[in-house]
Design a protein around this ligand. Structure first.
Ligand code: OSB
Ligand code: MG
Length: 370
């Protein structure tokens, strides 16, 4: 299969509500949809899930779209792709830029699964027909407000709740949510906001039967995470640290974590994501699928990945209506009993809603490869 041409749709999608993390407040999601067309005329879709500013990783939607246009797509010119894993091999000579790579790579997976006349779920080796999902909740002004918000999501059927925390917005919040929901599968995500000197607060969080504490320390720090894991019983989960299988191996070797949040965008695509999931499975680490405020295309890729049996913990994969007033696909993913049903159509199994895409699209670029 050759890629003949590609279209990049640059979208700005306002979030229904601002989302606050330890990094700051986000009001809208900047993303690109990439459509590739194969020599056989099949279309594949990928989603570039970076942000408008480089707070989570170094990439932004803008820098990543330049890397896609100037480097990644040209590398695939005149290359006869025989399987989707080849893409990550070709991209290996480009350092970093995982989100840019993932956008292109996931679109190629979509084409290959359509060529095989299979849903991407099946093509990726997924066995689950519905997947357990959770919701990630931003930092709120008061614990009372947080409890109200959690309560809303619990009644919508989410089977696991993740609270964003930062120093000073942690123990009291968790205490109150835990008191209101003693049985809830609850976890926290610090997005690297803590230091070794915050050990007292982290030890307090260890008392609340949390499923895990995600990324307390710095984004390249394996040593202090290991130091913390020795002192708390709650599993540490790494997010920002893990960009590749090699990072996952390092975390396992040093006992820096017992869980890994696997995001397709952060690890450069589905090939690497599957390798990390398999590694977690073999090494008794919890693997689960993280989120990046995906729109419908990215969500479909996440659902396909999370249908593999290594994903034993509910992902940050929410219903279509979680972040956006209107999605860019015609299908609606909803939560039933804490689960989302995997699509059965070929490839990613969802259709672009053209009107909605046009509504959010600020600019489009057409790139010819052959
Ligand atoms: O740290 O997991 C994170 C969103 C954007 C960037 C980083 C993170 C998150 C979330 C929300 O926690 C995940 C989602 O619901 O898509
Ligand atoms: Mg995280």
């Amino acid at each position: 299969m050759f890629i003949k041409h590609a279209t990049l749709y640059h979208l700005v999608m306002p979030l229904k509500e601002p989302f606050k993390t330890s990094y700051g407040v986000m009001k809208d999601k900047h993303l690109c949809i990439i459509k590739i067309v194969s020599s056989e005329g099949l279309e594949g879709y990928g989603e570039l899930d970076a942000f408008s500013a480089p707070w989570y990783t170094e990439e932004t939607t803008h820098t990543a779209s330049l890397i896609i246009k100037d480097h990644l797509l040209p590398m695939l010119k005149n290359i006869n792709l025989t399987n989707p894993h080849q893409v990550s091999e070709v991209f290996q000579v480009i350092r970093g830029n995982e989100m840019a790579k993932a956008a292109v790579e996931t679109a190629v997976w979509d084409v290959f699964s359509k060529m095989a006349s299979q849903p991407l779920t099946t093509y990726l080796g997924g066995k689950l027909s519905d997947i357990s999902v959770g919701v990630s909740i931003g930092i709120k002004e008061t614990p009372d407000e947080l409890v109200r918000v959690v309560s809303g999501y619990v009644s919508e059927g989410y089977s696991r709740v993740k609270l964003k925390i930062k120093p000073g917005f942690d123990v009291e919040q968790v205490e109150q949510v835990r008191r209101s929901f003693p049985e809830l599968s609850l976890m926290v995500d610090a997005n690297s906001a803590y230091k070794k000197s915050d050990i007292a607060a982290l030890k307090k969080l260890d008392q609340y039967n949390l499923a895990m504490i995600e990324q307390p320390f710095g984004v390249t720090d394996f040593v202090n995470h290991a130091w913390l894991q020795q002192q708390i019983k709650t599993p540490i989960c790494l997010d920002e640290n893990i960009r590749s299988l090699a990072d996952a191996k390092q975390a396992a070797e040093l006992n820096s974590a017992r869980a890994i949040n696997i995001k397709i965008a952060r690890v450069g695509g589905l090939t690497e994501a599957i390798k990390i999931a398999a590694f977690c499975y073999e090494n008794d680490m919890i693997a689960w699928c993280g989120g990046m405020f995906e729109a419908g295309i990215g969500r479909a890729h996440n659902i396909a990945l999370a249908s593999r049996t290594e994903f034993t913990f509910p992902g940050d994969i929410s219903a279509s209506n979680r972040y956006f007033a209107r999605d860019i696909i015609t299908e609606e993913f909803s939560i039933k009993n804490g689960k989302i049903t995997t699509p059965v159509g070929l490839g990613i199994g969802v259709e672009i809603d053209r009107t909605s895409l046009d509504f959010y699209c600020k600019r489009r670029e057409y790139i010819v490869l052959t």
